[in-house]
Design a protein around this ligand. Structure first.
Ligand code: AMP
Length: 358
């Protein structure tokens, strides 16, 4: 089977490695000169909205998927006339707009932080009246890794925040004093089979994911997340892997956002589960039979951001993934995974690696 992947970053690379094991071949489309996934297949070097290049990709493949969210939905719909495109472009449309995403959560009865659309300073003042302070102001579109958002703590910050975020199409969200952040990763195939990975706890630093730990040993939270995930997958007639990010407040889960793709918080599954999220995505989009993930132990994942220090290499009981990207501050260059037979040992290994890698 030939898989076309829009985007040839590290997610594309990890999909490419999984595809090879499944006997599938991959062709990618990406504008950058030497992207990580170039190690696993042909890369058509072109912008993501280049109709000719997308059409060439579709002509060369049996199924097209994407590894990042800023693909124009209309372009996906156009190639959808040539070849199946999964996850469904409509799921991407909803994920690209925080307002549509929150309305979807609401329509499914999924709890979420209070929010208001903000299209003017007046809207922002009304949102403060309704939600209170502090609140988080976010751009409706194109935000990632904490970019495109700022916390409004005082009324005096209103004008600065409004200007900083581009003065249009924003959303104001209640500040959540969460206990922790978790993500759920699920997959559905066209036949309607669903599998769900165990909950992963995530730690962010400066808005960027730094550490993930799985599984979260909490039966009740796990069941609640599975219920939410199942509702979401079914309502979107979803095909592929979907990631849902949630805030934990006491025994409640509040939905933050979903990504219609494989996700950094599931990288631990390469060594930590059979099958990995990447394998499950490929099986789901090719309408194969989805196997419930079997865990290989307690998994921990540490992102390597900005550089990969020499000390990160060759650490016993750890798996280094070097994406082969040029070093740049704030850039995800690789990750390290550990698998242990207890949560305590996993946490000890993670702490040691964090100490070594800075
Ligand atoms: P997002 O781009 O919405 O995933 O936000 C990036 C990170 O900002 C999240 O992972 C949280 O750590 C933090 N964050 C986002 N929204 C809120 C909120 N309403 N309350 C508290 N923290 C938030």
């Amino acid at each position: 089977m030939r898989i076309g992947i829009i985007g040839a970053g590290q997610l594309g690379q990890m999909l490419g490695f999984a595809a090879r094991d499944l006997g599938m071949s991959c062709t990618f489309i990406d504008p950058s000169p030497n992207p990580p996934a170039a190690t696993c297949g042909r890369v058509i070097r072109a912008p993501f909205d280049d109709d000719d290049a997308l059409s060439a990709l579709a002509a060369d493949c049996d199924i097209v998927t994407y590894e990042f969210e800023n693909v124009p939905v209309e372009a996906l719909e156009r190639i959808g006339e040539q070849v199946p495109v999964y996850p469904p472009p409509d799921a991407l449309r909803q994920a690209q707009d925080r307002l549509a995403e929150k309305q979807l959560f609401g329509s499914l009865g999924i709890s979420l932080p209070a929010y208001r659309p903000v299209d003017s300073i007046d809207d922002l003042e009304n949102a403060i009246e309704a939600i209170g302070l502090p609140l988080v102001l976010k751009t409706r579109r194109l935000g990632y890794d904490g970019k495109g958002q700022c916390v409004v703590r005082h009324r005096a910050d209103i004008e600065t925040a409004w200007r900083q975020l581009g003065e249009s199409e924003l959303i104001a969200e209640a500040w959540v004093d969460f206990d922790c952040e978790v993500s759920a990763i699920g997959a559905r195939n066209a036949a309607g089979e669903i599998i769900i990975y165990p909950l992963t706890q995530n730690e962010h630093v400066d808005g960027i994911l730094r550490v993930s730990r799985a599984p979260v040993d909490d039966e009740m939270l796990t069941r609640r997340a599975e219920k939410i995930m199942t509702a979401l997958l079914k309502s979107l007639s979803y095909v592929g892997v979907l990631t849902l990010e949630l805030f934990v407040v006491g025994d409640q889960l509040l939905a933050n956002e979903f990504a219609p793709r494989v996700h950094n918080s599931g990288h631990w599954s390469i060594e930590g589960a059979i099958p990995s999220q990447f394998t499950s995505h490929l099986i789901a989009i090719s309408n194969g039979h989805l196997e419930a993930p079997q865990l290989r132990g307690y998994a921990g994942m540490l992102n390597l951001i900005g550089d990969i220090p020499a000390a990160a290499r060759g650490i016993p009981e750890s798996h280094l993934h070097d994406y082969g990207k040029d070093a740049r501050p704030g850039r995800k260059l690789g990750h390290i995974t550990v698998i242990a037979d207890s949560a305590a040992k996993r946490d000890r290994l993670l702490a040691e690696i964090r100490e070594k890698t800075g």
